[in-house]
Design a protein around this ligand. Structure first.
Ligand code: PLP
Ligand code: ZN
Length: 482
Protein backbone atom coordinates (compact mmCIF):
# COMPACT_ATOMS: atom_id res chain seq x y z
CA UNK A 1 0.00 0.00 0.00
CA UNK A 2 1.99 3.00 -1.24
CA UNK A 3 -0.74 5.59 -1.58
CA UNK A 4 -1.28 8.12 1.13
CA UNK A 5 -4.91 8.65 2.23
CA UNK A 6 -6.79 11.33 0.32
CA UNK A 7 -9.25 12.11 3.12
CA UNK A 8 -8.77 15.51 4.77
CA UNK A 9 -10.71 16.41 7.89
CA UNK A 10 -11.81 19.73 9.29
CA UNK A 11 -10.20 19.89 12.73
CA UNK A 12 -11.50 22.39 15.22
CA UNK A 13 -10.97 23.07 18.91
CA UNK A 14 -13.90 22.45 21.20
CA UNK A 15 -14.00 23.95 24.70
CA UNK A 16 -14.71 21.44 27.48
CA UNK A 17 -16.27 24.24 29.52
CA UNK A 18 -18.43 26.50 27.31
CA UNK A 19 -18.55 24.06 24.35
CA UNK A 20 -17.59 26.85 21.94
CA UNK A 21 -15.55 25.90 18.88
CA UNK A 22 -12.62 27.53 17.17
CA UNK A 23 -10.69 26.84 13.95
CA UNK A 24 -7.92 24.26 14.24
CA UNK A 25 -5.51 25.97 11.86
CA UNK A 26 -3.35 27.50 14.58
CA UNK A 27 -2.01 26.63 18.02
CA UNK A 28 -4.52 27.26 20.75
CA UNK A 29 -4.14 26.01 24.32
CA UNK A 30 -7.16 27.39 26.13
CA UNK A 31 -10.57 28.64 25.07
CA UNK A 32 -10.36 32.27 23.84
CA UNK A 33 -13.86 32.85 25.30
CA UNK A 34 -13.66 31.27 28.77
CA UNK A 35 -10.09 29.90 29.22
CA UNK A 36 -11.42 26.34 29.43
CA UNK A 37 -9.34 23.35 28.37
CA UNK A 38 -9.78 22.33 24.71
CA UNK A 39 -10.05 19.16 22.69
CA UNK A 40 -9.75 18.75 18.93
CA UNK A 41 -12.54 17.22 16.89
CA UNK A 42 -13.05 16.61 13.21
CA UNK A 43 -16.10 18.53 12.01
CA UNK A 44 -16.25 16.15 9.02
CA UNK A 45 -16.19 13.04 11.20
CA UNK A 46 -19.69 12.01 10.08
CA UNK A 47 -18.48 11.58 6.50
CA UNK A 48 -16.15 8.81 7.70
CA UNK A 49 -19.28 6.73 8.31
CA UNK A 50 -19.56 6.24 4.55
CA UNK A 51 -17.15 3.37 5.13
CA UNK A 52 -18.63 0.70 7.39
CA UNK A 53 -16.94 -0.75 10.46
CA UNK A 54 -15.69 -3.84 8.65
CA UNK A 55 -14.27 -1.63 5.92
CA UNK A 56 -12.25 0.38 8.45
CA UNK A 57 -11.04 -2.79 10.14
CA UNK A 58 -9.84 -4.16 6.78
CA UNK A 59 -8.12 -0.87 5.93
CA UNK A 60 -6.25 -0.67 9.24
CA UNK A 61 -5.35 -4.36 9.08
CA UNK A 62 -3.94 -3.89 5.57
CA UNK A 63 -1.96 -0.85 6.67
CA UNK A 64 -0.30 -2.92 9.39
CA UNK A 65 1.67 -4.47 6.53
CA UNK A 66 2.47 -1.15 4.85
CA UNK A 67 6.07 -0.09 4.34
CA UNK A 68 5.26 3.61 4.04
CA UNK A 69 6.84 5.35 7.08
CA UNK A 70 4.11 8.01 6.93
CA UNK A 71 1.55 5.26 7.64
CA UNK A 72 3.65 3.43 10.20
CA UNK A 73 3.32 3.79 13.95
CA UNK A 74 0.50 6.00 15.12
CA UNK A 75 -0.35 7.17 11.60
CA UNK A 76 -1.65 3.76 10.62
CA UNK A 77 -4.86 5.34 11.91
CA UNK A 78 -4.36 8.55 9.92
CA UNK A 79 -8.03 9.38 9.36
CA UNK A 80 -8.76 9.15 13.11
CA UNK A 81 -5.74 11.09 14.30
CA UNK A 82 -4.86 14.29 12.47
CA UNK A 83 -6.13 14.05 8.90
CA UNK A 84 -4.96 17.56 8.05
CA UNK A 85 -1.30 16.59 7.79
CA UNK A 86 0.35 16.06 4.40
CA UNK A 87 2.59 13.07 3.86
CA UNK A 88 5.70 15.27 3.91
CA UNK A 89 4.76 16.63 7.36
CA UNK A 90 4.63 13.29 9.10
CA UNK A 91 7.41 12.62 11.53
CA UNK A 92 7.87 9.02 12.58
CA UNK A 93 10.70 8.01 14.90
CA UNK A 94 9.40 4.52 15.53
CA UNK A 95 6.71 5.40 18.04
CA UNK A 96 3.57 3.35 18.57
CA UNK A 97 2.87 -0.22 17.59
CA UNK A 98 4.18 -1.31 20.99
CA UNK A 99 3.95 -4.97 21.96
CA UNK A 100 1.18 -6.33 24.16
CA UNK A 101 2.67 -9.12 26.22
CA UNK A 102 0.38 -11.62 27.96
CA UNK A 103 1.24 -12.04 31.64
CA UNK A 104 3.75 -14.79 32.35
CA UNK A 105 1.86 -18.02 33.17
CA UNK A 106 3.05 -18.08 36.80
CA UNK A 107 1.99 -14.48 37.35
CA UNK A 108 -1.38 -15.07 35.73
CA UNK A 109 -1.94 -18.08 37.96
CA UNK A 110 -0.86 -16.23 41.08
CA UNK A 111 -3.23 -13.32 40.43
CA UNK A 112 -6.11 -15.43 39.17
CA UNK A 113 -7.03 -13.82 35.87
CA UNK A 114 -5.80 -13.21 32.38
CA UNK A 115 -4.09 -9.96 31.59
CA UNK A 116 -1.36 -8.40 29.49
CA UNK A 117 0.98 -5.44 29.67
CA UNK A 118 1.17 -3.01 26.79
CA UNK A 119 4.83 -2.07 26.84
CA UNK A 120 4.84 1.65 26.19
CA UNK A 121 8.45 1.67 27.38
CA UNK A 122 9.32 0.25 23.96
CA UNK A 123 8.61 3.60 22.34
CA UNK A 124 11.78 5.43 21.14
CA UNK A 125 12.20 7.65 24.21
CA UNK A 126 10.96 4.78 26.38
CA UNK A 127 7.53 6.15 27.34
CA UNK A 128 4.09 6.59 25.79
CA UNK A 129 4.68 10.34 25.46
CA UNK A 130 6.16 9.71 21.99
CA UNK A 131 2.70 9.00 20.55
CA UNK A 132 1.45 12.50 21.30
CA UNK A 133 4.76 14.14 20.43
CA UNK A 134 4.88 12.49 16.99
CA UNK A 135 1.52 14.10 16.29
CA UNK A 136 2.25 17.55 17.66
CA UNK A 137 5.68 17.74 16.00
CA UNK A 138 4.18 16.67 12.68
CA UNK A 139 1.68 19.50 13.10
CA UNK A 140 4.46 21.96 14.00
CA UNK A 141 6.36 20.82 10.94
CA UNK A 142 3.31 21.61 8.81
CA UNK A 143 3.01 25.07 10.40
CA UNK A 144 6.69 25.81 9.74
CA UNK A 145 6.21 24.73 6.13
CA UNK A 146 3.04 26.79 5.60
CA UNK A 147 4.15 29.95 7.39
CA UNK A 148 7.84 29.83 6.54
CA UNK A 149 8.74 30.43 10.21
CA UNK A 150 12.45 30.87 10.82
CA UNK A 151 12.35 30.15 14.53
CA UNK A 152 10.08 28.07 16.73
CA UNK A 153 10.74 27.70 20.42
CA UNK A 154 8.93 24.80 22.11
CA UNK A 155 8.46 24.63 25.89
CA UNK A 156 7.10 22.05 28.27
CA UNK A 157 6.95 21.27 31.97
CA UNK A 158 7.60 17.69 32.79
CA UNK A 159 7.72 14.95 35.38
CA UNK A 160 10.50 13.61 33.15
CA UNK A 161 9.11 11.77 30.16
CA UNK A 162 7.42 14.68 28.38
CA UNK A 163 10.71 16.55 28.23
CA UNK A 164 12.61 13.45 27.14
CA UNK A 165 10.21 12.95 24.27
CA UNK A 166 9.85 16.62 23.28
CA UNK A 167 13.61 17.11 23.26
CA UNK A 168 14.10 14.03 21.09
CA UNK A 169 11.60 15.08 18.41
CA UNK A 170 12.79 18.70 18.46
CA UNK A 171 16.40 17.72 17.99
CA UNK A 172 15.49 15.35 15.15
CA UNK A 173 13.63 18.14 13.34
CA UNK A 174 16.42 20.60 14.03
CA UNK A 175 16.33 24.12 12.63
CA UNK A 176 14.14 26.17 13.07
CA UNK A 177 12.76 24.19 16.03
CA UNK A 178 14.41 24.32 19.46
CA UNK A 179 13.36 22.77 22.72
CA UNK A 180 13.23 24.23 26.23
CA UNK A 181 12.16 22.00 29.12
CA UNK A 182 11.24 22.94 32.68
CA UNK A 183 11.81 20.31 35.34
CA UNK A 184 11.21 20.29 39.08
CA UNK A 185 14.74 20.31 40.53
CA UNK A 186 15.69 16.96 42.04
CA UNK A 187 12.29 15.43 41.19
CA UNK A 188 13.06 13.53 38.01
CA UNK A 189 15.14 10.38 37.79
CA UNK A 190 18.75 10.63 36.52
CA UNK A 191 17.77 8.65 33.43
CA UNK A 192 14.93 11.04 32.61
CA UNK A 193 17.23 14.03 33.13
CA UNK A 194 19.88 12.50 30.90
CA UNK A 195 17.46 12.25 27.99
CA UNK A 196 16.75 15.94 27.21
CA UNK A 197 20.38 16.76 28.08
CA UNK A 198 21.55 14.16 25.59
CA UNK A 199 19.19 15.51 22.94
CA UNK A 200 20.72 18.94 23.42
CA UNK A 201 17.64 20.67 24.84
CA UNK A 202 17.96 23.64 27.15
CA UNK A 203 16.99 22.22 30.56
CA UNK A 204 15.75 24.73 33.13
CA UNK A 205 15.20 23.52 36.68
CA UNK A 206 12.84 25.05 39.21
CA UNK A 207 12.57 24.33 42.93
CA UNK A 208 9.16 22.76 43.60
CA UNK A 209 7.01 20.06 42.05
CA UNK A 210 5.58 19.48 38.59
CA UNK A 211 2.47 21.56 39.30
CA UNK A 212 4.74 24.60 39.86
CA UNK A 213 6.57 24.08 36.56
CA UNK A 214 3.24 23.76 34.79
CA UNK A 215 2.10 27.16 36.10
CA UNK A 216 5.30 28.81 34.87
CA UNK A 217 4.99 27.21 31.44
CA UNK A 218 1.38 28.34 31.17
CA UNK A 219 2.40 31.87 32.05
CA UNK A 220 5.14 31.75 29.42
CA UNK A 221 2.79 30.50 26.72
CA UNK A 222 0.23 33.18 27.53
CA UNK A 223 2.74 36.01 27.46
CA UNK A 224 5.50 35.05 25.04
CA UNK A 225 5.84 33.55 21.58
CA UNK A 226 6.47 29.90 22.37
CA UNK A 227 4.77 26.62 21.45
CA UNK A 228 3.48 24.80 24.53
CA UNK A 229 3.98 21.05 24.38
CA UNK A 230 2.20 19.92 27.53
CA UNK A 231 -0.96 17.90 27.11
CA UNK A 232 -2.91 21.15 27.27
CA UNK A 233 -1.86 21.09 23.63
CA UNK A 234 -4.70 19.02 22.17
CA UNK A 235 -2.57 17.74 19.27
CA UNK A 236 -0.82 15.52 21.76
CA UNK A 237 -4.12 13.97 22.81
CA UNK A 238 -4.88 13.07 19.19
CA UNK A 239 -1.64 11.14 18.76
CA UNK A 240 -2.11 9.43 22.09
CA UNK A 241 -5.46 7.99 20.96
CA UNK A 242 -3.47 5.50 18.89
CA UNK A 243 -3.00 3.49 22.11
CA UNK A 244 -6.72 2.68 22.14
CA UNK A 245 -6.71 1.87 18.41
CA UNK A 246 -3.83 -0.57 18.83
CA UNK A 247 -5.48 -2.29 21.78
CA UNK A 248 -8.66 -2.78 19.74
CA UNK A 249 -6.77 -4.07 16.72
CA UNK A 250 -4.76 -6.49 18.88
CA UNK A 251 -8.05 -7.93 20.17
CA UNK A 252 -9.23 -8.25 16.56
CA UNK A 253 -11.69 -5.42 17.16
CA UNK A 254 -13.62 -7.40 19.80
CA UNK A 255 -13.52 -5.71 23.18
CA UNK A 256 -16.17 -7.67 25.03
CA UNK A 257 -15.05 -8.35 28.63
CA UNK A 258 -11.89 -6.30 28.11
CA UNK A 259 -10.82 -3.98 30.94
CA UNK A 260 -8.17 -1.33 30.32
CA UNK A 261 -6.11 0.02 33.25
CA UNK A 262 -4.43 3.41 32.88
CA UNK A 263 -2.49 5.43 35.49
CA UNK A 264 -3.71 9.01 35.91
CA UNK A 265 -1.26 11.87 36.37
CA UNK A 266 -2.07 14.96 34.35
CA UNK A 267 -4.92 12.88 32.87
CA UNK A 268 -4.01 13.42 29.24
CA UNK A 269 -3.45 9.74 28.65
CA UNK A 270 -6.79 8.57 30.03
CA UNK A 271 -8.51 11.37 28.10
CA UNK A 272 -6.97 10.07 24.88
CA UNK A 273 -7.74 6.45 25.65
CA UNK A 274 -11.41 7.26 26.27
CA UNK A 275 -11.66 9.48 23.21
CA UNK A 276 -9.96 6.84 21.06
CA UNK A 277 -12.39 4.09 22.02
CA UNK A 278 -15.33 6.46 21.58
CA UNK A 279 -14.21 7.20 18.01
CA UNK A 280 -13.93 3.51 17.15
CA UNK A 281 -17.36 2.94 18.61
CA UNK A 282 -18.90 5.85 16.69
CA UNK A 283 -17.60 4.39 13.41
CA UNK A 284 -18.79 0.87 14.30
CA UNK A 285 -15.20 -0.36 14.20
CA UNK A 286 -15.85 -1.86 17.64
CA UNK A 287 -19.28 -2.96 18.84
CA UNK A 288 -18.46 -2.83 22.55
CA UNK A 289 -16.56 -0.28 24.58
CA UNK A 290 -14.02 -1.82 26.96
CA UNK A 291 -14.29 -0.83 30.60
CA UNK A 292 -11.69 1.75 31.59
CA UNK A 293 -10.13 1.92 35.06
CA UNK A 294 -8.06 4.96 35.93
CA UNK A 295 -5.59 4.30 38.75
CA UNK A 296 -4.12 6.81 41.22
CA UNK A 297 -1.78 6.56 44.19
CA UNK A 298 -3.15 7.63 47.58
CA UNK A 299 -0.33 10.20 47.48
CA UNK A 300 -1.71 12.00 44.38
CA UNK A 301 -5.39 11.19 43.92
CA UNK A 302 -7.56 14.21 42.98
CA UNK A 303 -9.42 12.34 40.23
CA UNK A 304 -10.08 9.35 42.48
CA UNK A 305 -11.46 11.64 45.17
CA UNK A 306 -13.76 13.36 42.72
CA UNK A 307 -15.35 10.11 41.51
CA UNK A 308 -15.40 8.51 44.97
CA UNK A 309 -18.03 11.07 46.06
CA UNK A 310 -21.68 10.34 45.25
CA UNK A 311 -22.65 11.71 41.82
CA UNK A 312 -24.92 14.45 43.17
CA UNK A 313 -22.26 16.15 45.31
CA UNK A 314 -19.02 15.82 43.47
CA UNK A 315 -16.64 18.72 43.69
CA UNK A 316 -13.22 18.87 42.14
CA UNK A 317 -10.34 19.99 44.34
CA UNK A 318 -6.60 19.92 43.68
CA UNK A 319 -4.59 17.98 46.27
CA UNK A 320 -1.11 18.59 47.66
CA UNK A 321 0.95 15.63 46.49
CA UNK A 322 3.12 13.47 48.73
CA UNK A 323 6.18 11.57 47.48
CA UNK A 324 5.25 8.80 45.08
CA UNK A 325 7.15 6.03 43.33
CA UNK A 326 4.65 6.54 40.50
CA UNK A 327 6.54 9.78 40.04
CA UNK A 328 5.38 10.36 36.46
CA UNK A 329 1.82 10.48 37.79
CA UNK A 330 2.58 12.54 40.91
CA UNK A 331 0.30 15.42 40.00
CA UNK A 332 -2.12 17.16 42.33
CA UNK A 333 -3.98 19.33 39.84
CA UNK A 334 -4.36 17.52 36.51
CA UNK A 335 -4.70 19.88 33.56
CA UNK A 336 -6.94 17.45 31.69
CA UNK A 337 -9.45 16.90 34.47
CA UNK A 338 -12.22 18.86 32.63
CA UNK A 339 -11.64 16.65 29.58
CA UNK A 340 -11.95 13.51 31.72
CA UNK A 341 -15.17 14.77 33.27
CA UNK A 342 -16.71 15.53 29.87
CA UNK A 343 -15.62 12.28 28.20
CA UNK A 344 -16.40 10.06 31.20
CA UNK A 345 -19.98 11.25 31.06
CA UNK A 346 -20.27 10.22 27.40
CA UNK A 347 -18.38 7.03 28.01
CA UNK A 348 -20.71 5.94 30.79
CA UNK A 349 -23.74 6.95 28.79
CA UNK A 350 -22.69 4.62 25.96
CA UNK A 351 -20.83 1.94 27.92
CA UNK A 352 -23.15 1.78 30.89
CA UNK A 353 -22.53 2.39 34.60
CA UNK A 354 -19.10 1.20 35.68
CA UNK A 355 -17.61 1.50 32.20
CA UNK A 356 -15.38 4.26 33.58
CA UNK A 357 -14.05 4.06 37.13
CA UNK A 358 -11.13 5.36 39.16
CA UNK A 359 -9.28 3.19 41.68
CA UNK A 360 -6.93 4.25 44.45
CA UNK A 361 -3.88 2.17 45.41
CA UNK A 362 -1.09 2.46 48.00
CA UNK A 363 2.55 3.22 47.34
CA UNK A 364 3.40 -0.21 48.72
CA UNK A 365 1.05 -1.94 46.27
CA UNK A 366 2.47 0.09 43.37
CA UNK A 367 6.10 -0.82 43.90
CA UNK A 368 5.33 -4.41 44.88
CA UNK A 369 3.27 -4.68 41.68
CA UNK A 370 6.15 -3.41 39.57
CA UNK A 371 8.72 -5.73 41.16
CA UNK A 372 6.40 -8.72 41.00
CA UNK A 373 5.73 -8.13 37.30
CA UNK A 374 9.40 -7.73 36.49
CA UNK A 375 10.33 -10.89 38.34
CA UNK A 376 8.09 -12.57 35.78
CA UNK A 377 9.86 -11.24 32.73
CA UNK A 378 7.98 -7.97 32.24
CA UNK A 379 9.56 -4.50 32.00
CA UNK A 380 7.01 -2.48 33.94
CA UNK A 381 7.72 0.97 35.37
CA UNK A 382 6.11 2.04 38.67
CA UNK A 383 3.07 3.34 36.76
CA UNK A 384 2.73 -0.11 35.20
CA UNK A 385 2.95 -1.50 38.75
CA UNK A 386 0.21 0.96 39.64
CA UNK A 387 -2.02 -0.59 36.97
CA UNK A 388 -1.28 -4.06 38.30
CA UNK A 389 -2.15 -2.89 41.82
CA UNK A 390 -5.33 -1.34 40.44
CA UNK A 391 -6.30 -4.59 38.76
CA UNK A 392 -5.73 -6.53 41.99
CA UNK A 393 -7.84 -4.04 43.90
CA UNK A 394 -10.62 -4.23 41.30
CA UNK A 395 -10.57 -8.01 41.60
CA UNK A 396 -10.71 -7.89 45.41
CA UNK A 397 -13.65 -5.50 45.29
CA UNK A 398 -15.54 -7.64 42.79
CA UNK A 399 -15.41 -5.01 40.05
CA UNK A 400 -13.82 -7.53 37.68
CA UNK A 401 -13.67 -11.32 37.59
CA UNK A 402 -11.80 -14.15 35.87
CA UNK A 403 -14.18 -13.63 32.90
CA UNK A 404 -12.37 -10.41 32.11
CA UNK A 405 -9.21 -9.82 30.15
CA UNK A 406 -7.23 -6.86 31.48
CA UNK A 407 -4.76 -4.72 29.56
CA UNK A 408 -2.38 -2.81 31.79
CA UNK A 409 -0.58 0.28 30.56
CA UNK A 410 3.13 -0.06 31.37
CA UNK A 411 3.65 3.58 30.48
CA UNK A 412 7.46 3.67 30.49
CA UNK A 413 10.45 1.38 30.55
CA UNK A 414 11.48 -0.02 33.93
CA UNK A 415 15.03 1.30 33.41
CA UNK A 416 13.86 4.89 33.73
CA UNK A 417 12.93 4.19 37.34
CA UNK A 418 15.84 1.99 38.41
CA UNK A 419 16.47 4.27 41.38
CA UNK A 420 13.17 3.36 43.00
CA UNK A 421 13.97 -0.31 42.64
CA UNK A 422 17.31 0.39 44.25
CA UNK A 423 15.72 2.26 47.17
CA UNK A 424 13.51 -0.77 47.73
CA UNK A 425 16.32 -3.30 47.50
CA UNK A 426 18.46 -1.33 49.94
CA UNK A 427 15.55 -0.44 52.28
CA UNK A 428 16.40 3.23 51.80
CA UNK A 429 13.00 4.85 51.13
CA UNK A 430 12.35 7.92 53.25
CA UNK A 431 9.48 7.23 55.68
CA UNK A 432 7.02 9.51 53.81
CA UNK A 433 6.68 6.96 51.00
CA UNK A 434 5.27 4.47 53.52
CA UNK A 435 7.03 1.54 51.83
CA UNK A 436 8.47 -1.51 53.60
CA UNK A 437 10.47 -3.87 51.36
CA UNK A 438 9.21 -7.45 51.22
CA UNK A 439 12.24 -9.76 51.62
CA UNK A 440 11.01 -12.09 48.87
CA UNK A 441 11.09 -9.23 46.35
CA UNK A 442 14.52 -7.89 47.32
CA UNK A 443 17.57 -8.72 45.26
CA UNK A 444 21.24 -7.69 45.49
CA UNK A 445 24.51 -8.49 43.73
CA UNK A 446 26.88 -10.83 45.58
CA UNK A 447 30.60 -10.17 45.50
CA UNK A 448 32.33 -13.51 44.99
CA UNK A 449 35.76 -12.38 46.12
CA UNK A 450 37.33 -9.10 47.11
CA UNK A 451 39.91 -7.28 44.98
CA UNK A 452 42.47 -8.05 47.71
CA UNK A 453 41.66 -11.77 47.54
CA UNK A 454 42.06 -11.66 43.78
CA UNK A 455 45.45 -10.06 44.10
CA UNK A 456 46.56 -12.57 46.75
CA UNK A 457 45.54 -15.49 44.56
CA UNK A 458 47.52 -14.29 41.55
CA UNK A 459 46.40 -14.73 37.94
CA UNK A 460 47.07 -18.51 37.85
CA UNK A 461 44.70 -19.41 40.64
CA UNK A 462 42.14 -16.65 40.11
CA UNK A 463 39.87 -18.36 37.58
CA UNK A 464 39.98 -21.76 39.29
CA UNK A 465 39.30 -20.34 42.78
CA UNK A 466 36.53 -18.00 41.61
CA UNK A 467 34.82 -20.83 39.75
CA UNK A 468 35.17 -23.07 42.82
CA UNK A 469 33.57 -20.47 45.05
CA UNK A 470 30.68 -19.97 42.61
CA UNK A 471 30.22 -23.73 42.34
CA UNK A 472 30.12 -23.86 46.14
CA UNK A 473 27.52 -21.10 46.43
CA UNK A 474 25.34 -22.65 43.75
CA UNK A 475 25.93 -26.19 45.04
CA UNK A 476 26.90 -27.37 41.56
CA UNK A 477 27.70 -31.03 41.11
CA UNK A 478 30.89 -31.94 39.24
CA UNK A 479 30.55 -32.89 35.57
CA UNK A 480 32.14 -36.26 36.00
CA UNK A 481 30.10 -37.26 39.06
CA UNK A 482 28.65 -40.73 38.78
C1 PLP B 1 3.13 11.15 31.71
C2 PLP B 1 3.19 9.84 32.32
C3 PLP B 1 2.13 9.32 33.08
C4 PLP B 1 0.89 10.10 33.37
O1 PLP B 1 0.11 10.32 32.23
P1 PLP B 1 -0.92 11.54 32.17
O2 PLP B 1 -1.29 11.67 30.76
O3 PLP B 1 -0.19 12.73 32.69
O4 PLP B 1 -2.06 11.15 33.06
C5 PLP B 1 2.24 8.04 33.57
N1 PLP B 1 3.35 7.31 33.36
C6 PLP B 1 4.39 7.77 32.64
C7 PLP B 1 5.60 6.91 32.46
C8 PLP B 1 4.36 9.03 32.10
O5 PLP B 1 5.40 9.49 31.42
ZN1 ZN C 1 -14.84 28.04 26.54
Amino acid sequence: MRTFPSYRGDLRYVCTQCRGHFPGDDLLYVCPACSGVLLLEDASFETLKARDGAGWQALFDARAASCNPALAGIFRFYELIAPVLEEEDILCLGEGNTPIIPAAPALREKLGLEFAFKNEGQNPSASFKDRGMACVFSYLKSLVRKHGWTSLLTVCASTGDTSASAAMYASYLGDPVTSIVLLPHGKVTPQQLSQPLGSGARVLEIPGVFDDCMKVVEFLSENYRVALLNSKNSWRILGQESYAFEVAQWRRWDLREVCVFVPIGNAGNITAVMQGFLKLHALNIIADLPRIFGVQSHHADPVYRYYAAPAQNRAYAAVAVQPSVAQAAMIGNPVSFPRVRMLAERYQYLGGPGSFQVIQVTEQAIIDGMLEANRHGHIACPQGGECLAGMQSALRHGLISSRNFCILDATAHALKFADFQNLYFTAAFSPDFGITPKPELVNAPELVLSPQERQDLGEDLFIRETAARIAGRLELSPRNAA
